[in-house]
Write a protein that binds this ligand. Structure first.
Ligand SMILES: Nc1ncnc2c1ncn2[C@@H]1O[C@H](COP(=O)(O)OP(=O)(O)OP(=O)(O)O)[C@@H](O)[C@H]1O
Ligand SMILES: [Mg+2]
Length: 368
């Protein structure tokens, strides 16, 4: 695609005879956006960054940078800078020299270096810290030095490998805002790695959800939250109630022995499916008015809402987020709109999901 700055085409990465670490991965990265690679430990996130940076080579497939194949371009010839998880700052150099390092290697003139380092430090709100030693800086400040060191080289892409994971919650939230804001101001493409789904939802233009070396789903945070394509994504992104059932016909699903109106379609009649309902889409009501009847098992106060765990007659757990309090041990009804039901086909790939949705809605975004 013309606007893609990076493109992976069927990229596989395999060490020895082990199963592939990345398995036939394809995606496009558009210029100037904030991307997040999200997935559990060992799923291949760092490997993707290393392939983009040129620290390792693909076993198979093509990697394009600005529409040119770059599989064999050395790391120092790529328009990419990396912020590593441990920042990899030079402990024997002060803040200024850490940031200036790449420019000195390029043999830039002193006056120009001074100007650029000053700009980079002011971008990350570290003016006046030039002469500080790295060991005299806090975790969050070190993180900003590492970012200044990356942006001073004016790369087209910045790769960030879990840069916030070492910070405490408060600083982490602050840095999330700062990073997002910085990306907007710079207009540089950011590819950010995290295994924290809330962080991914808060920061990204686009998220790639990865599991076991495969991209499970890609899209905007709302796309992925509202339309997870499989159990892994639904479970990994936010809290979900997931039960099995069958799709009687378009817009009619059966679960817990009852039939419910829904908005999904494009399935075989009576196809077995998985059904997701988010805890915040369930409303507590009387047993009579509820679409589902459940027994309250436990309840936690979470500040803004109660988190209620309940079970139906078949033993399925239903988590409910509600501002109303429930009574443990009591039978209650759960009410939800047809739109709250999200039906997933077993083992559907993202491509198949998109095709089915398009055929079902005629591309209008609404059911037939
Ligand atoms: N040099 C290597 N030789 C063999 N296997 C490797 C090598 N580097 C990485 N791996 C394996 O590749 C898989 C993916 O590793 P990767 O570092 O990409 O995961 P990750 O998603 O970044 O995980 P984490 O969140 O823990 O950092 C892991 O199973 C890892 O053991
Ligand atoms: Mg990693």
């Amino acid at each position: 695609m013309a606007n893609a700055i990076i493109e992976f085409k069927s990229v596989t990465k395999q060490y020895d005879n082990d199963p592939p670490v990345l398995d036939d991965v394809s995606f496009e990265i558009e210029r100037g956006k904030f991307y997040t690679l999200l997935g559990p430990s060992g799923c291949g996130k760092t490997t993707i960054l290393r392939l983009i940076a040129g620290f390792t080579e693909a076993s198979d497939g093509e990697i394009y940078f600005n529409n040119k194949i770059t599989n064999h371009v050395p790391a120092n010839k790529r328009q990419v800078n990396t912020v590593f998880q441990d920042y990899a700052l030079f402990p024997h150099l002060n803040v200024f020299e850490n940031v200036a390092f790449g420019l000195r290697i390029k043999k830039m003139k002193n006056a120009e270096i001074e100007q650029k380092v000053k700009e980079a430090l002011s971008f990350v709100n570290l003016e006046g810290y030039e002469n500080r030693e790295i060991r005299e800086m806090s975790g969050g400040q070190r993180q900003r030095v590492a970012i200044a060191r990356a942006i001073v080289n004016e790369p087209e892409v910045i790769l960030l490998d879990e840069p916030l994971s070492a910070l405490d919650l408060k600083l982490r939230t602050e840095m999330q805002y700062e990073l997002r804001e910085l990306q907007r101001r710079l207009g540089i493409t950011f590819i950010f790695v995290t295994h924290d789904q809330e962080e991914a939802l808060a920061m990204s233009d686009e998220i790639f959800v990865i599991n076991k070396g495969k991209i499970q789903q890609s899209g905007t945070p709302t796309d992925i939250y509202d339309e997870p394509i499989n159990r892994f994504v639904a479970d990994f992104i936010g809290e979900s109630n997931i039960v099995t059932g069958k799709m009687v016909q378009d817009q009619l699903v059966e679960m817990v022995g009852k039939r419910f109106e829904c908005v999904d379609g494009g399935f075989q009649s009576n196809e077995p499916v998985e059904i997701v309902i988010r805890p915040e889409d369930l409303e507590i009501t009387t047993v009579e008015r509820g679409k589902l009847q459940v027994k309250v098992d436990s309840q936690l106060f979470r500040g803004v809402h109660y988190e209620i765990s309940s079970y139906d007659q078949d033993g399925n757990e239903w988590l409910v987020h509600s501002t109303k309090k429930a009574v443990v041990g009591e039978e209650i009804g759960l009410y939800f709109d047809p739109e709250a039901i999200h039906v997933m086909r077993f083992n559907e790939t993202e491509e198949e999901f998109d095709k089915r949705l398009e055929a079902y809605t005629d591309g209008s975004g609404h059911g037939k």
